[in-house]
Design a binder for this molecule. Sequence first.
Ligand code: 5RP
Ligand code: CO
Length: 229
Amino acid sequence: MGTLARIAPSILSADFAHLARDLDRISNADFIHVDVMDGHFTGNLTFGPGMVAACKRSTDVPLDVHMMVSNPDETIGWYVEAGADMITVHAEASTHLHRTVTYLKEHGVKAGAVLNPATPVGVLEDILPELDMVLVMSVNPGFGGQRFIEGTYAKLDRLQALCRAVGAHPLIEVDGGISAANIEDVARHGADVFVAGSAVFGSSDPAAEVQRLRSLAQSGIDTAEADAA
Ligand SMILES: O=C(CO)[C@H](O)[C@H](O)COP(=O)(O)O
Ligand SMILES: [Co+2]
């Protein structure tokens, strides 16, 4: 079987006053994407481990915790304890990425690294074989509802080439400005996990939007795999 498209709605665009209801509305998602921001690495402040633990109590969907924080090594244990299934840390913020990835694996948590739009894929070359996921930011981190940066397509191509060169097979997640208008193209360039905040929660039927995005992404993945065969 070929690669499966996975949709990770970002609760950054949920109604925080009705979080359990909104999590229920996306129970067909593949991951719940939790954007942790510290007001320092990003110009915005969002969730801490209490929110991750609350999500864990409210949904069976695996939690994909995106840590947009300075010095992630200092606080990553909080999110492991809170029940994160996958944690991604920014390459720009982590001074000991190999140690962090090793720590996560030892604690049974999937490990990923994130690249800001201006960070070249080459910085991950030596750690790629250890990673469960690479998250490519297609906006500058901090806020939902931003416009997708078109240079992401070429960056995904470079990441695919690097993965092939080192024999690594991480999931490739893309985050920021993903919608029905571009998800098929993003999938054609090698992504298989798609974060969508405003597109999902801006819809009157979030579950139907998750399904629509997944079908479009799957068709992009299938096209790319047929072209490569
Ligand atoms: O990490 C993020 C922002 O830093 C969010 O995950 C992202 O922006 C999702 O929101 P949208 O789909 O509305 O762009
Ligand atoms: Co995110």
